[in-house]
Design a protein around this ligand. Structure first.
Ligand SMILES: NC(=O)C1=CN([C@@H]2O[C@H](COP(=O)(O)OP(=O)(O)OC[C@H]3O[C@@H](n4cnc5c(N)ncnc54)[C@H](OP(=O)(O)O)[C@@H]3O)[C@@H](O)[C@H]2O)C=CC1
Ligand SMILES: CC(C)(CO)C(=O)C(=O)O
Length: 309
């Protein structure tokens, strides 16, 4: 059983390394510049007192000449269209694709390209980022992957995919309602993303200021209302856990959206915030704070594009 990891960045590199360490048959699809770094340094995961290194089996798009049982798709949203072209030769009739991307918009693109039966749902929770050397820096112990079939009928390949991904040194589970699980993660990431990007601080600094906790709860209420209106109400205990996190003074948690923003990088604002705001309008749910956060990041992206010209 073979696995292709597409995108050896913060998430693909982390889960890919764990799968290799667990003895799985893993190949990494990379672009030439990333290949150079990985050949020179190996695939390294550092942080939390650990330094792990493997020699990954690399392939670039022109060399991809076999199909795989499972494809882990771990690129940012902006890189998705060319990545789909690059990975297409690796997808056969029995391949299952597990996307790591946040939000839901990528599913339409994947379905159009490979058909819904090939595309599983995926929810990734991990706190990692690429450092200046190209190594993967772990920021917290959290590391989980949840997958599931998005169709109502049973997927005969799901068990095989699950067997490949389980028992590999990270939390793994199969959901019987992965679409809801993806929505619930979306509520979480949009709340944290909107809050931290608007306030330009991790959640604990916001919560420590008068009015900060109220703002956090108000953003969460908006995001949860959209999910509920879309038919995926967030379970009360999950809402309570998110609410506790975002109102805890000193809590260092922030999202990849915030990290990208503060580093001056391109963000996934449209997929994480813009799309949620747009769906809210379609569902007649008022989301003034999410709309403001979307606008804030659009202005940032516009100025970033201007600076790049
Ligand atoms: N980081 C995190 O903590 C979390 C991130 N996520 C989500 O996971 C997704 C991936 O994020 P993350 O791993 O952080 O992103 P990174 O930017 O760290 O990694 C993405 C990698 O994809 C590579 N890539 C882009 N296009 C291609 C291509 N055509 N072929 C091969 N490789 C390609 C890039 O390589 P290069 O450009 O160098 O060629 C880069 O190394 C995002 O949607 C994010 O929201 C989800 C949970 C947590
Ligand atoms: C919130 C978090 C860390 C959960 O994995 C995430 O998905 C992100 O930062 O993109």
């Amino acid at each position: 059983m073979s696995i292709l990891v597409v995108g050896v960045g913060a998430t693909g590199g982390y889960f890919g390394l764990r799968l290799v360490q667990a003895g799985r048959d893993v190949t990494f699809l990379v672009r030439p510049r990333r290949a150079q770094v990985l050949r020179r340094r190996g695939l390294r995961v550092i942080g939390l007192g650990q330094d792990e290194r493997i020699e990954p089996r690399l392939v670039t798009a022109p060399e991809l000449d076999q199909t795989f049982d499972t494809v882990l798709l771990a690129v940012k949203a902006s890189a998705l269209p060319p990545a789909l072209d690059d990975l297409a030769p690796g997808v056969g009739p029995d391949t299952r694709i597990v996307p790591f991307l946040n939000g839901m918009a990528h599913l339409d693109e994947l379905d159009k390209r490979f058909g819904p039966a090939a595309v599983l749902g995926g929810v990734v929770k991990v706190l990692t980022q690429l450092d200046a050397e190209g190594d993967i820096l772990r920021l917290a112990p959290l590391a989980s992957l949840r997958i599931g079939a998005r169709t109502t009928h049973a997927d005969p390949r799901l068990d095989a995919t699950a067997a490949q991904l389980s028992g590999a040194g990270f939390e793994f589970s199969v959901s019987d309602d992965i679409t809801s699980a993806m929505w619930h993660k979306w509520v979480f990431i949009a709340t944290i993303g909107a809050l931290t990007c608007l306030m330009r601080a991790p959640v604990g600094d916001i919560a420590a200021c008068p009015g900060g906790a109220d703002l956090g709860r108000a953003v969460l209420d908006e995001a949860a209302a959209v999910s509920a209106a879309a038919g995926h109400p967030v379970p009360p205990q999950e809402l309570a856990a998110t609410s506790a996190l975002i109102t805890r003074p000193g809590e260092p948690f922030a999202s990849s959206l915030y990290r990208d923003l503060t580093e001056g990088a391109s963000t996934e604002a449209e997929q994480i915030l813009g799309d949620l705001s747009a769906r809210a309008r379609g569902l007649a749910v008022a989301t003034p704070l999410l709309d403001l956060a979307t606008l804030h990041l659009r202005v940032y992206e516009r100025r970033r594009a201007g600076a790049a010209r």
